[in-house]
Design a protein around this ligand. Structure first.
Ligand code: SF4
Length: 475
């Protein structure tokens, strides 16, 4: 597929008053599409499909293996948090969990073809750097004993910088990590205090510099746009502060307010927060600032230096969407371990128990602790390809993408017609173009990428009109 590297890289059109008004007219909720279908569809009985899905993953063309470990513990709860995590668990309980996740690995490894190469090992949460780090090292060592880990495999973790000093980074390097992501979120102390988050223990340039000195690559800093007490000028300072630190990647997520799922977020409603227009302006200005500073826009909310693996994948048209956001093609299929973790396989999804006690009990009983799943139909794979192309490259050749799936002419015609009907409001406002089935998100339309992608999602159509909001707003 031809790749337009200039697509979605400028925001000048949308900075005008008309541009903002147009975007606001189309504002609304949409899935983040870190998976297709979104996770609320993973309701099938996993016992009926797990073996098939894991075997199919062994047989898939893309045999590379990614392993994700979910560490659902944090020392304190950030009030904006949308993750599956718990605070206040005892050290003994955390140790029991870490020993259990190792047992789960043993159970899962029996079903995975041992000749598959491991391209990526990722620890997320939660706060992986808040648990005794020897457990992480022991898991990495066990993976190396069990599978062939690629020499250039990415071994990464998400870190709370409020806990990080140089000795911890040294220990993480020693046990095998080579990539790290720090959740900065904001640098304004009042904002951080309002959301119950601590600032980085090290000055951010020193944090990044130390990680780099120790040999970490692909160093990422996260920011969140739309938190209480943020203003355009305070957020500008946060963006400038992370740029000044010189990371390889910067993620700029819109705050996802979903109090119907995460009740603790309700506490933030009492605080003054930037409105929709302010949030949009902040995100657009940040995008321009990041690009002016030499970072390339990767999809909707990630930025990377031109030489970074993500930027290369974007330019080459091989970027992929997954639960970690965006990934290079070598990331492969993800087998996920730990409570609430979701395996993202070629033919479907498998989700683990969310309840920690049940998770531990089931693994110790010798069973994979699955609670939900989804077997991809051919139609889902076709829609997934279109949505991923739009979110990763900003353009999708719809007929070409769905042609290889052997679907009926009738299904293809219905899919294209239905999608075009849903796309019509965006076409009318030049937020997207369509020519002979090739859809391209315009520079003005990129903030609405998720809404535009939803036009090609036949499963969510029926739930979008539900009275209960199910997805976060796009900005
Ligand atoms: S550190 Fe991360 S996972 Fe933990 S509460 Fe804060 S945002 Fe949530």
């Amino acid at each position: 597929m031809p790749v337009d590297t200039n697509s979605a890289n400028r925001t000048d059109a949308s900075q005008t008053l008309n541009g903002l008004e147009t975007l606001l007219r189309h504002e609304g909720s949409a899935p983040r599409y870190t998976s297709y279908p979104p996770a609320n569809f993973f309701t099938e009985d996993p016992t009926a499909i797990a073996t098939d899905l894991i075997q199919a993953s062994n047989m898939a063309d893309s045999r590379a293996l990614s392993l994700y470990f979910h560490i659902p513990f944090c020392p304190r709860r950030c009030l904006f948090c949308g993750c599956h995590t718990e605070v206040g668990r005892s050290g003994a309980f955390i140790n029991a969990y870490m020993e259990t996740i190792s047992l789960e690995f043993d159970l899962l490894a029996k079903q995975i073809d041992r000749t598959r190469p491991v391209a990526q090992i990722h620890f997320g949460g939660g706060t992986p750097n808040a648990v005794p780090l020897h457990y992480l090292g022991e898991l990495i060592a066990k993976i190396r004993e069990t599978f062939r880990v690629e020499p250039d495999a990415e071994i990464a973790l998400e870190c709370d910088p409020g806990l990080v000093l140089r000795p911890q980074l040294e220990q993480l390097r020693t046990v095998g990590f080579n990539r790290v992501s720090f959740g900065i979120q904001d640098v304004n102390l009042k904002v951080l205090e309002a959301v119950n988050r601590k600032s980085s223990r090290l000055p951010i340039p020193e944090l990044v510099g130390t990680a780099r000195d120790l040999g970490f690559t692909g160093i990422n800093l996260d920011l969140i746009c739309g938190l209480p007490l943020q203003t355009e000028s305070s957020f500008r300072e946060s963006v400038e502060a992370v740029i000044a630190a010189g990371p390889d990647r910067i993620s700029l997520f819109p705050y996802a307010h979903v109090p119907w799922i995460k009740g603790h977020q309700t506490a933030l409603e009492a605080l003054p927060s930037p409105g929709t227009v302010d949030r949009l302006r902040m995100a657009l200005e940040a995008r321009d600032t990041l690009q002016a500073a030499g970072y390339e826009a990767i999809g909707m909310d990630h930025y990377a230096r031109p030489g970074d693996e993500l930027s290369v994948a974007k330019r080459e048209g091989t970027l992929r969407r997954n639960f970690q956001g965006y990934a290079p093609p070598r990331a492969g299929q993800i087998h996920a371990l730990g409570a609430s973790a979701i395996s993202q396989l070629e033919s479907g999804y498998l989700q683990n128990e969310k309840d920690l006690e049940r998770y531990i009990a089931r693994v110790r009983n010798g069973e994979l602790p699955l609670v939900g799943g989804y077997r991809m139909r051919v139609e889902d794979k076709a829609a997934r390809d279109v949505i991923n192309a739009l979110l990763c490259q900003g353009t999708a050749d719809v007929p070409a993408l769905i042609a290889g799936y052997g679907l009926s002419e009738e299904w293809e015609a219905d899919y294209r017609l239905g999608s075009l009907e849903r796309l019509a409001p965006y076409l009318a406002d030049d937020l997207v173009t369509e020519h002979n089935g090739v859809v391209r998100v315009t520079d003005a339309g990129f903030p609405l990428s998720r809404r535009i992608a939803a036009a090609f999602d036949p499963l969510t159509v029926s739930t979008a009109a539900s009275a209960t909001p199910r997805y976060s707003k796009t900005f």
